[in-house]
Design a protein around this ligand. Structure first.
Ligand code: ZN
Length: 266
């Protein structure tokens, strides 16, 4: 029974993943993400229910559009599968079981899902459009505040002291960065570095400072390895600015959290 429960959690994750592939493509283009029908990016044919089953549609259609037979990027399949797997890992880390599902587990699972969505949106949009979307950052700050409220209430209930100073410092930093961002923004161009720092603050709020530091170290390692590989295959070295650093940051954070979860599970 528990296995079926986890298969349902995986399926739920793939549905979220399917929505995320659409959102990462449409948000920076200012297209509607909820009302408009899904369509093939090459032939613009409306997709029906059978074309939209996460993971399975991609596998059964052989990674091609049913109508124009053009290849569909493997990122759809990868993001859907990865979201499904992240949901399962989160459920396992929280020790969720169909037999003893508590309210606390449900709240923590929901907050975890909101955070996974944030990571996928930041990484996906960076890969697709090389930018960090402001609306995703606002979403990130909102869910971080929700998470803080939950932890604060939980600590008060349990009679444990909760250090609010850390939160106040972070919120001040976000406000200052946003103000600098607004002042420095010219011709509607976004400031990638500033947005990257805000992303790191959100990561730090959610997964604590130690994880954020390890995330930065892991990101640096990825950039170094990528540069070495580029040199070996004689690829022209890209400017640091062109690298999808936000994508590296969220991937590193996911790796670090995953390792931490594995230690929890062992
Ligand atoms: Zn097509």
């Amino acid at each position: 029974m528990n296995i079926i429960f986890y298969i349902i959690i995986f399926a739920m994750g793939t549905v979220f993943g399917s929505f995320l592939t659409l959102a990462t493509y449409r948000i920076p283009l200012n297209q509607n993400i909820t009302h408009e029908h899904s369509y093939c990016p090459s032939c613009k044919h409306k997709l029906n229910f059978l074309d939209l089953i996460p993971v399975l549609s991609y596998v059964f259609l052989g990674g091609k559009c049913r109508y124009c037979k053009k290849k569909i990027g493997s990122r759809y399949f990868i993001i859907e599968t990865l979201t499904g797997i992240s949901f399962v890992i989160l459920a396992l880390a929280l020790n969720i079981s169909v037999y003893n599902l508590t309210k606390i587990q449900l709240v923590e699972f929901s907050l975890g899902i909101l955070y996974i969505i944030f990571l996928f949106l930041i990484g996906g949009i960076d890969i697709e459009h090389h930018t960090i979307d402001k609306r995703v950052l606002i979403y990130g700050v909102t869910i971080a505040l929700l998470d803080i409220m939950y932890k604060y209430i939980a600590c008060v209930d349990a009679g444990i002291y909760y250090n609010l100073n850390r939160i106040i410092i972070y919120i001040c930093a976000i406000v200052i960065l946003c103000l600098i961002n607004i002042m420095k923004t010219k011709n509607n161009k976004t400031n990638y570095t500033m947005d990257l720092i805000i992303t790191l603050i959100i990561i730090s709020l959610f997964t604590y400072e130690i994880t954020a530091i390890l995330t930065i170290l892991c990101t640096l390692l990825i950039i170094i390895i990528k540069n070495i590989i580029n040199k070996i295959i004689n690829k022209r070295e890209k400017y640091i600015k062109e690298l999808p650093i936000a994508f590296f940051v969220v991937s590193s954070n996911a790796i670090i959290v995953l390792i931490a979860f594995m230690f929890l599970l062992i």
